[in-house]
Write a protein that binds this ligand. Sequence first.
Ligand code: UGA
Length: 440
Amino acid sequence: MNVVIFGTGYVGLVTGACLAHSTPHHVTCIDIDSKKIANLDKGIIPIYEPGLEAIVTEGLKSKKLKFTTDASSVINDADCIFIAVGTPPNEDGSADLKYVTAVAAEIGKTLVKNNVTVVVKSTVPIGTCDLVRSVIGLNLTKDVVFSVASNPEFLREGSAVSDFLNPDRIVIGTKEQFATDTLIDLYSSIPTKVLSYDVHTSEMVKYASNAMLATRISFMNEIAKLCDSVNANVSKVAEGMGVDTRIGPKFLSAGLGYGGSCFPKDVLALSRIGKEYNIDTPILSSVHETNESMIDYAVAKIMDQDFEDNECITFNFFGLSFKPNTDDIRESASIKLIEKLASLGCKINVYDPIVKHYTSPNNWNKIKMIHDIHDLVSIPADAFIVGTDLECVRKFNFKEAIITMKSAVIIDTRNMFDYNDAQIAGYRYISIGRPEKEAV
Ligand code: UGA
């Protein structure tokens, strides 16, 4: 079958490249950004995502994957048209649907073929598929039969390709039987179950899943604060809880809180939907508030330390991205922490293995990017701070760096080290929700 995808961001590009790679279907990805499309056509991808470049190159070679800016030339060849454009948050937390509706209008103006399934893949408020259906209908120039389906994505940045190829489930929400058949056929070579629902239920599965994962994180962060007060270890608490099969071990890591382009936005958007329907959503509000509070909580913990010269504190900081294995810094908790510390007068030297550029809006003279981890650790500082749980930090042997440090302190806001890790031997080790380890 022929698949057309609007949007070559994380979701659209990963979906297009993975479909071309793992199914018999032919995929054309569309974007209005002609420079991006020209680069993609040469196999140059705009984001860092492990495994993606290889399958884009493979798709281009086999001609199963194409890129274009010209939507009108491909829409009527398609059996299935994905909308995977951005839904940035409005100021009030609701999702801005202008890109989604613009694509729907374009599809409507061009579509003359019957039985095409338009699939909304962007994360959208419940009811958006109905809106897309009416926008397409209003713009049609000919009476054609089409369907609008929901097919949310559950891809994590940093492991999006493997998540797509080995998903826990595929969720589809359809109204017409031909759309259900098209989507089941589309995904038939992906080894997982397809859960088929009505459109609104499918749209809700996406928001509820992200909100649930965010809730687990905020819950554990609340427990972490309590652990700090009662001298308990939140990592062990998570382990003790997670072996209960009713709870499970995932997304129970306490620390600096969640960031990225999804959880913060989706928790607020779901809460906003509640407001629209006069339904209180106190859990969602608390999840958001607890998440926001973790930055100040970490700052208080850090500034509570006895530094040599409190007038001139320097930190060597690891991580800018919102999580490991990505260059994405949107809503990064690391950056929020860096900015807060800098605004308190601290100097921050930052290393990130993937993010090489960051310009601070207000504290540019306090924050310095260091491009080599060895250079970072050789700068005399009052403490190392871990903001993102990067693999290179986990493996790094801090022993040699001890001699250049003003004081041997590691503040690990991601609880990534175990107390007995040889890599951090000799340091005073401070984390979130776990008793402090004294230097040995
Ligand atoms: C998330 C979901 O996991 C995906 O299923 C979903 O498709 C995606 O949002 C989306 O809606 O597009 P992602 O934002 O890439 O994926 O990242 P996650 O791996 O879920 O991590 C989100 C944040 O939570 C990160 O800042 C991470 O550091 C934090 N986190 C995660 C914790 O603080 N503790 C944990 O135990 C797990």
